[in-house]
Design a protein around this ligand. Structure first.
Ligand code: PLP
Length: 482
């Protein structure tokens, strides 16, 4: 493809995207295809010779699109939002065109420096303690963009593991042993509301993890944590890491950081990570900052603008209080990656697992500038207001109950019927292709999660969704039970 063909096809692609967005509402939200449908439609080998662009695009229309779940559909209320906006798409397009691989400052200075600057902008807008902001006086911390929240949790746990082993080695100078000999002593903690990525990180890092019961509001409490740590210490174990959750996946519950923080500080070396993958974005609103009370105790914090800040995947932001404690666990420095400015510059390859890194800060910068913080606050507030509106509709109907404390954009609800009946209700709604939601379990009950996702969600969308839910519920309910 030469530049002239790219110019033409690029403009056509923008038209295609505009058309896709304009007509998305007319599609089924979830596709009606069987497993393996695509293998039947595509050749078994890659083509030997170049193909015509129009044929490729025709296959997009006829073969790919029928198997797409439309996450940007106004009736897509599953999971959490998948960030998406035109400024972000354009920022990513430019990053793809520049095509730099920003593993070190020298590999592309603007790529590294913009990342540090936008992470400072965003961190300040959230209201993180100044220790997390690279440019604040005396700060040893800073921010980095990772691919996913799972990766943020993994590298935080890795840094914590490294810090704990270093401490245990200095405490036992007479014992000459491998680092791995200390692994059986290390124990981390999270609540049942924490995302499964914490469990996965513990699996990868070969450490024990205690998954603790939260209170009746889904919050991990300091007393529960202290009790478990004491039991573990009595067994000769070493509490090294706590992953707390602000805005859980199942029900958007919040751990009690103000209680957990001091418990971590009572330990010898216990890293406190705060996973706010979805909810953290909302802290740019002054009235929601109370939800992050206790952040002063944290060693690291993550939130995903690619969930709830209109930035396309991937863009998962991690801040640490002390960047040396993170990089110490990750530095390897072959000659072919060194450069003349290594001493004073940030090299993000030491802040995460991959060497190669995309220019992800560009799309975040575009979004922060094009919407401004006020525009982004308006977007978040609209979602919260609509969630509260949906909550009020559910509460007015005696056949249903709301099972979470609706603070942000997620409402967890259920029919007043058995788990089985709720499961069936969700299955028929999703199979209809008219609305898409996902389930979870809250306080041992099967519940349906309704998340406000679409950028331009309106009250009318919520009313349409509620009408669809009621229509299918009416079929499946024999009679009201309340
Ligand atoms: N943490 C929380 C609170 C989440 O809700 C999720 C996913 O929804 C994750 C972590 C994992 O996110 P990622 O897909 O970015 O790894």
């Amino acid at each position: 493809m030469d530049v002239e063909e790219f110019r033409t096809r690029g403009k056509e692609m923008v038209d295609y995207v505009c058309q896709y967005m304009a007509n998305i509402e007319n599609q089924r939200v979830h596709p009606d295809v069987e497993t393996g449908y695509l293998r039947k439609l595509l050749p078994t080998e890659a083509p030997q010779d170049p193909e015509d662009w129009d044929n490729i695009m025709s296959d997009v229309d006829n073969k790919i699109m029928p198997g797409i779940t439309h996450w940007q559909h106004p009736r897509f209320h599953a999971y959490f939002p998948s960030g998406n906006s035109f400024p972000s798409i354009l920022g990513d397009m430019l990053a793809d065109a520049i095509g730099c691989i920003g593993f070190s400052w020298a590999a592309s200075p603007a790529c590294t420096e913009l990342e540090t600057i936008v992470m400072d902008w965003f961190g300040k807008a959230i209201g993180l303690p100044s220790a997390f902001i690279t440019c604040s006086e005396g700060s040893k911390g800073g921010g980095v963009i990772q691919t996913s929240a799972s990766e943020c949790v993994l590298v935080s746990m890795l840094a914590a593991r490294n810090q704990a082993i270093k401490y245990l080695k200095t405490e036992n100078p007479h014992v000459d042993t491998e680092d791995s000999a200390y692994l059986p002593k290390l124990v981390g903690y999270c609540s049942k509301e924490a995302h499964s990525c914490v469990e996965k990180a513990a699996k990868i890092l070969l450490v024990k993890l205690r998954i603790l019961d939260p209170d009746e509001n889904g919050a991990l409490r300091g007393s529960t944590l202290r009790e478990e740590m004491e039991k573990d210490k009595a067994k000769g174990l070493f509490p090294f890491f706590v992953s707390s959750i602000l805005g859980s996946t199942a029900s958007c519950a919040f751990d009690n950081l103000e209680e957990i923080g001091p418990v971590c500080k009572e330990q010898k070396r216990c890293w406190l990570h705060v996973d706010a993958a979805y909810a953290g974005n909302a802290f740019i609103c002054p009235e929601l900052k109370y939800l992050m009370a206790g952040m002063d105790y944290a060693d690291s914090f993550n939130t995903n603008p690619n969930k709830w800040l209109l930035v396309n995947f991937d863009c998962s932001c991690l801040w640490v209080r002390d960047r040396i404690r993170l990089t110490h666990a990750l530095v390897v420095d072959p000659l072919y990656l060194q450069h003349a400015n290594s001493d004073e510059a940030i090299d993000y390859r030491h802040w995460g697992i991959p060497l190669s890194r995309r220019f992800r800060s560009l799309k975040l910068w575009f979004v922060l500038r094009k919407y401004g913080l006020n525009g982004l606050r308006a977007y978040i507030r609209n979602h919260i207001n609509l969630a509260k509106f949906f909550e009020s509709l559910v509460r007015e109907d005696i056949r249903f109950e709301v099972v979470n404390d609706v603070k942000l954009g997620l409402v967890c609800f259920r029919m007043l019927a058995s788990d089985n009946a709720n499961q069936k209700l969700l299955a028929i709604i999703n199979a209809s292709g008219r609305l898409h939601m996902t389930p979870s379990v809250v306080r041992n009950k099967y519940i349906i999660r309704f998340c406000v996702n679409s950028e331009h969600a309106r009250k009318e969308d919520i009313l349409i969704a509620w009408d669809i839910i009621k229509e299918y519920a009416a079929h499946s309910m024999a009679s009201p039970t309340k």
